[in-house]
Design a binder for this molecule. Sequence first.
Ligand code: IMP
Length: 425
Amino acid sequence: MPCTVVVGAQWGDEGKGKITDLLAEQADVVVRYQGGSNAGHTVVVGGETFKLHLIPSGILHDHVLSLMGDGTVIDPQCLAEEYTGLRERGVSCQGLRISGNAHVIMPYHIVLDRLQEESRGKSVIGTTLRGIGPTYTDKAARMPQPVRMWDLLDKDVLRERVTGQLAEKNKIIAALYGADPLDVDAVVDEVWQYVPVFGGHIGDTRAVVFDQMARGANIIFEGAQGTYLDLDYGTYPFVTSSHPVAGAACLGTGVGPTAIDDVIIVNKAYMTRVGAGAFPTEQDNDTGQLIRERGKEYGTTTGRPRRCGWLDGVALRTSAKINGATGLAVTLLDVLNPFEQVAVCTEYRVNGETLTMMPGNLDLLADVEPVWEELPGWQTEISGCRSLSELPAKAQAYVARMSELAGVPLKMVSVGPGREETIMV
Ligand code: IMP
């Protein structure tokens, strides 16, 4: 294991939280490398459900150091609420370390996210409205004096930063969007009230990772969102503003590529997507509705119903390559229990051509026709299975086909939400 990246192979919501939580039992460190409170990781422990947006899933294990790396963006209100909620439920949160270099999602970023979405009209992205895009935009634009986590430790510094930021942001908010400008004191006070909750956990996470690597620690790099929401490798522009792919685990935490030993891609037994954008295997019909109801496919962060469809082997195969996968974790296999036949897309057809990989020009995705393969369904309850051989033969054949399409060995199969409802291969 020593350094393992856990990354979503689809458009997010693959069940990475559960997989990370399971691997965290053997881990010393779990570090999140990108994204912010747009993520929603649901972990079920002993019948109790934990919904995490920002704090790495490792936090549910007391022995694990849970780091939020330099590449993340952090909403202080969300962090404080999540932290307090966990503490109230008996989670110590002692191992939490937050990078001082992570950029802060400020109230004006959230206002701008909404205003930008409203102004997009038909081209709306369907963001989570959590301020993700505007925060990463400021980071990439090298705005003078943006607010980073270090800056929250001194109220005077915070005020100076906010004053500088609002001098520009308020012009945009008022002149471009005709909305009400924000008040410096109100923004500072709003953010400052949350700092005492987590301020003691802010520090140099890169140093912690280096130190742990030197000790030979088991480290999990936890991705948020998924491969096809990546700013470069996703279905642009219907993507998030960071890089969920495995390569970004290095950028977002400070380690070099040679440090990574394993990459586990997580793929559901079917596909889902939230927000706008192409989705070749979408089933906007009774099949999709049954998957949605059985998989409880409603956003953890926004509550929005997710679009659902059959497994896309082209997307899976491509994802395995983009992430340099060494293993596959299949989640939510039990959702497909009732189906008599299960369809899998193995190739795309477009403009008379057959594609086995996602097209480089993802604009083509809107026009592709899936080539379907039908597999027999297993029509049996499987949540009690604890080994591959206990799965019905047809379900075994299905996950074997997934592994074949991905071109990487099967490592885990999840047959229910609980920690114990998992097959380790
Ligand atoms: P943003 O990350 O809020 O800017 O949203 C950009 C796109 O990514 C939208 O289509 C969102 O629905 C999608 N998105 C962001 N985070 C997640 C996630 O954790 N799961 C699934 N979709 C997400």
